[in-house]
Design a protein around this ligand. Structure first.
Ligand SMILES: [Zn+2]
Length: 341
């Protein structure tokens, strides 16, 4: 797979290709951005491109080196994953029969990274250590990798793949060149979902709710969307004089923060429908056609009410992004809907 097949990450890819062409790869990169936007794929592609036997500053995908890297068996390209995942794949065994951890543990850094880097290169032109996800390194492992980040061996590049880079130790972050990966545009997600055989309406909704992540978009199948849609219907049916019902709703729907976020995104889609109807555009097609009855009922409260509700949902989304408690964020959203002025 060549770089040209990576969609929506032109800036990151261009920066890496320019460094490859100049023969000036940095010794440590931090690939930072949302989950499911291609960071891990680009990291592997970078290792392939730097070692490809045929293509220049790209990966042919077919030469022995490219194929070994793709299969994870190239001796100069080391991929470190959560201990549990590596144990499951038979690539690592925890010491003393310990249950494998969900973290990348300090033993992995010492036994795999340090030991491997103390050896000569085998067959590659450039050696790579890919830490994916780097967020899985606990503070001990991060401290253990600091030494390598400070004094990297020659012709070696470390890539830290992270969807929550701010959670890494500042000492680790400051020793890496940060390369931001962008959330994927809704249209890109929608096109890919449609190409994967999703019905057009489902593809559009999943793309809208996925926050720029292909991984999340793919996980939002018909069942998951149906479930979020049921929650919107439930919210639409809440009454302003039954506070107990909204608190119960907020508690239940706030149990999983990612689902609470997706619910808020879908509420925005629905409230735009409400706004269209409230503004008197009776014939305009609705994004959520099967909620028409609830939409018309909410539209009768007028466009100001719809706008105020949209504002409340946006505030809830901001709070969720800043790690506020999800049930509380939803509860405040509903207070904004029902108690005003
Ligand atoms: Zn190749």
């Amino acid at each position: 797979m060549p770089f040209a097949e990576i969609i929506g990450q032109d800036r990151a890819v261009e920066a890496l290709r320019a460094a490859l062409r100049r023969g000036a790869l940095h010794h440590a990169y931090l690939f930072a951005g949302p989950e499911g936007v291609g960071k891990g794929t680009v990291a592997r592609l970078l290792a392939q491109a730097a070692n490809c036997e045929r293509a220049d500053s790209d990966a042919c995908g077919a030469c022995p080196s490219c194929r070994k890297i793709a299969r994870g068996v190239h001796p100069d390209v080391l991929v470190i994953e959560r201990e549990r995942d590596m144990a499951r794949a038979g690539r690592w065994e925890p010491k003393g029969g310990r249950t494998p951890s969900r973290d990348i543990v300090v033993d992995q850094v010492r036994e795999l990274v340090d030991r491997r880097l103390s050896l000569r290169r085998f067959e590659g032109r450039r050696r790579f250590v890919l830490l994916d996800p780097a967020d899985a390194m606990n503070p001990q492992s991060q401290n253990a990798i600091l030494k390598t980040l400070e004094e990297p061996p020659p012709d070696t590049t470390l890539v830290l793949v992270s969807s929550s880079a701010d959670g890494l130790l500042p000492t680790v972050r400051s020793r890496c060149l940060r390369l931001p990966f962008a959330p994927l545009p809704v249209e890109v997600l929608e096109t890919r979902l449609a190409a994967a055989g999703r019905a057009p309406e489902l593809a559009r909704l999943a793309a809208t709710l996925a926050a720029g992540s292909m991984g999340r978009a793919l996980a939002l199948d018909a069942d998951a969307i149906g479930e979020r849609r049921a929650a919107v219907e439930e919210a639409a049916a809440l009454s302003s004089d039954d506070a107990r019902a909204w608190i119960a709703f907020a508690k239940r729907r706030g149990e999983k923060r990612e689902q609470a976020r997706e619910l808020c995104e879908l509420l925005l889609v629905w409230l735009r429908d409400v706004l269209v109807r409230a503004a008197g555009a009776g014939a305009a097609p609705l994004a959520l056609a099967d909620l028409e009855e609830a939409t018309d009922a909410a539209a009768r409260l007028g466009p100001e009410a719809a706008l105020r509700r949209i504002e409340s949902v946006r505030r809830a989304l901001t709070a969720l992004r800043h790690n506020a408690s999800a049930p509380l964020a939803l509860e405040h959203m509903l207070i904004g809907w029902f108690h005003h002025g």
